[in-house]
Design a protein around this ligand. Structure first.
Ligand code: NFS
Ligand code: SF4
Length: 653
């Protein structure tokens, strides 16, 4: 492939050169990957891109003519606004359902662990007490397992109660927000009920009011935020422990030629936890097979989970997952659920790599399936690790491409870890140093860079560029998901990256870091997987409560520069429901309706009803990461001004 340095990067696929090497290798060997498939279909369907294609019944598919030309209604009479809003809600449902399943599986795992018929035990006892107290569960004189069971039952109640608000919503949301959601009638009652209701309302002949459908999107955002993100993070912290500061490595050099390499890929960390455990226990067997040991590497969010709690190095984010196999050194890729490209199997067939699926509802034709359940987790993990060991001698040494470069990164920034670091500066009032930095303007605001990498985007470019622009302007940046991979790979999670920070931000990071025994805090803080977007949300809530304001008032923004997943859209909607501005760098597929676009993206001063008027934040769609950062910086200064904090906009008034 010819290389160009042009801004649009039309010929290149990644800011990470190692993946470009592997992409060329794959192309030369005639191995298709998502990157080559994307180039074979260069232009996405214009109707789908605008959100005007409806497939909700067999009278269709119908599509609305673009730019007012052609039919403006489907056969049933649904207009473009309804179709676009309905399609958006459909994406929200898909995203929320994935996170809800993640939460439900974790809740069941906690229940089984508490009842003693599983291979897991409760490791995060302190977190258990904290969550139990928040839920109003009496803990005095009770055994840990008893409390664990009560918490698990409260979580499962969020999938079945028929009245009131979800337990996890009342546990985490600010009262002012709950009042607003109640008033608008969007407060979710239970996760399954809301998902099922939303599927019903999107079906043919049901909800045909675009405003009502968009409010339905907000409900899905709340289902996702509380029933998916918060519930999963809380229960995972209870089962596996709260993440603490760890140092690890990113980039393809983490795959070791002399080791049995196992990649864990997907989202729910139940199995990956056991793979990590058994890889350590079975290292002698790997040595007997001629390897130096067993090396587990992470892909996507299972990778993030293992990084946060065990310091497992990360090999790849979403878009380059197939290329990891092209190193020729991966003995097995273990997948659970979500963001797993079916394409991995065909690539694996060109090498000795074994793809192992583990859930009964996520299989890939041609791959190995090892059924996983919490009561047989140890057995499943042992089987899987032994399969990987058995594959080691099958490597084709002609096909190996190894890399030596790795990039060091700090991770493990749970709120508990952040508070612990801050308490080295102020033991009585740990949040105060952070609040002081925000109110004084040393930190202008907080940004969460979240979401994916997307095969149609130049990998890492958007994530890294938005981050650098914000850092330069003294915004505290936290990251989750595949965005965190992008930032880590480009030195934004180690001390080298401090050079990208504005002076006052750097001063704050150093002061906190040094008090906590480090050279500095890293320029951006890795807060975990996508469900761990609950963590930045909790951080904002804590800051807002302490300042006596609402989350919507804070100089805080979210940015999703390279997203591909409906899950990222629904996470963004959760933040929008809390009044936080959310940037997406990828077309959210709503341009076919001016009405829907206006509701989502217009400002509070504009005519008509819109999100900013109702909640305090809006959706910002901007492809150019430099421009996007400028918009976010302005929004931060606007919110500072409204809060009465020093603002760069003051002079303009
Ligand atoms: Ni989030 Fe994580 Fe990555 Fe995007 Fe997929 S792995 S849950 S959806 S692609 S960040
Ligand atoms: Fe067409 Fe209406 Fe059916 Fe959609 S629901 S496919 S617009 S007839």
């Amino acid at each position: 492939m010819p290389k160009t340095q042009d801004h649009t990067h039309t010929q290149r696929i990644s800011l990470d050169h190692d993946f470009e090497v592997l992409y060329e290798k794959a192309c030369e060997a005639g191995i298709d990957t998502a990157f080559s498939r994307a180039k074979q279909t260069p232009v996405p369907c214009p109707f789908g891109s605008a959100g005007v294609c409806c497939r909700h019944c067999l009278e269709g598919p119908c599509r609305i003519g673009l730019n007012g030309k052609g039919p403006q209604e489907g056969i049933c009479g649904a207009n473009g606004d309804t179709i676009v809003a309905r399609n958006l809600l459909t994406m929200m449902i898909e995203g929320a359902a994935g996170h809800a399943e993640h939460g439900r599986e974790t809740a069941l795992a906690l229940l089984e662990a508490s009842e003693g018929h599983s291979d897991y035990q409760i490791k995060g006892v302190e977190k258990l007490y904290q969550v139990a107290a928040g839920l109003g569960i009496e803990t005095n004189g009770k055994a840990v397992e008893d409390i664990g069971k009560q918490v698990a039952l409260k979580a499962l109640e969020d999938f079945q109660k028929q009245a009131g608000a979800m337990n996890w919503l009342t546990l985490h949301a600010q009262q002012q927000s709950i009042d607003k959601w109640d008033e608008l009638g969007i407060t979710p009652v239970n996760i399954h009920l809301e998902i099922s209701k939303a599927v019903t309302r999107t079906s043919m002949g049901c909800d045909a009011d675009p405003i009502n459908l968009l409010l339905g999107c907000l409900t899905m955002g709340l289902v996702d935020g509380f029933g998916g993100l918060h519930l999963s993070s809380d229960l995972q912290d209870i089962l596996f422990g709260v993440p603490k500061l760890v140092k690890s490595n990113f980039r393809l050099g983490v795959i070791k030629k002399e080791m049995v390499n196992i990649a864990v890929h997907g989202h729910v960390p139940l199995l990956s936890e056991k793979i990590v455990e058994w890889s350590r226990k079975l290292s002698e067997e790997a040595k007997a097979a001629g390897a130096a040991g067993i090396n587990v590497v992470g892909i996507c969010c299972s990778g993030n989970e293992m990084l946060m709690r065990h310091g497992i190095p990360a090999a790849s984010s979403f878009s380059s997952q197939e290329l990891v196999i092209v190193t020729g050194m991966l003995e097995a890729m273990i997948v659970d659920v979500q963001c797993i490209m079916p394409g991995i199997q065909k690539v694996a067939e060109c090498y000795h790599t074994e793809i192992i699926t583990t859930l009964p509802y996520v299989k890939i034709a041609g791959s190995t399936h090892v059924n996983f359940h919490t009561d047989k987790a140890d057995k499943a993990a042992q089987d899987i690790v032994r399969k990987a060991i058995a594959n080691f001698p099958k490597r084709d040494h002609q096909k190996i491409t190894s890399f030596t470069g790795t990039v060091e990164a700090y991770a493990g920034f749970s709120n508990e870890q952040i508070i612990e670091a801050l308490s080295a500066l102020n033991k009585e009032d740990p949040l105060k140093p952070l609040l002081d930095a925000i109110t004084s303007g040393a930190i202008r605001g907080v940004a969460a860079i979240v979401g994916c990498t997307n095969v149609r985007e130049f990998q890492d470019w958007g994530n890294v560029t938005v981050a650098k622009e914000l850092l330069k302007n003294n915004v505290l940046v936290v990251a989750t998901g595949c965005s965190a991979h992008s930032l880590a790979k480009h030195n934004l999670m180690n001390m080298q990256g401090l050079e990208y920070c504005g002076e006052s931000l750097r001063g704050v990071l150093k002061a906190i870091g040094q008090a906590a025994g480090l050279e500095s805090l890293p320029p951006t803080l890795h807060m975990g997987s996508c469900v761990d977007n609950s963590r930045p949300a909790d951080l904002l809530t804590a800051v807002a409560n302490r300042l006596g304001v609402e989350v919507k008032d804070l100089p805080a923004v979210g940015s999703c520069p390279e997203t591909h997943s409906p899950k990222a859209l629904v996470i963004g909607t959760y933040f929008l429901a809390n009044g936080v501005d959310v940037h997406v760098g990828v077309n959210p597929q709503v341009s076919g309706s001016q009405f829907v676009t206006d509701v989502l993206c217009n400002g509070a001063k504009d005519d008509g009803l819109n999100l900013e008027k109702l909640f305090g934040g809006k959706l910002i769609y901007e492809k150019d990461p430099v421009k996007a950062a400028a918009i976010l910086l302005r929004r931060i200064e606007e919110k500072r001004l409204a809060l009465g904090l020093s603002s760069k906009l003051e002079s303009a008034i």
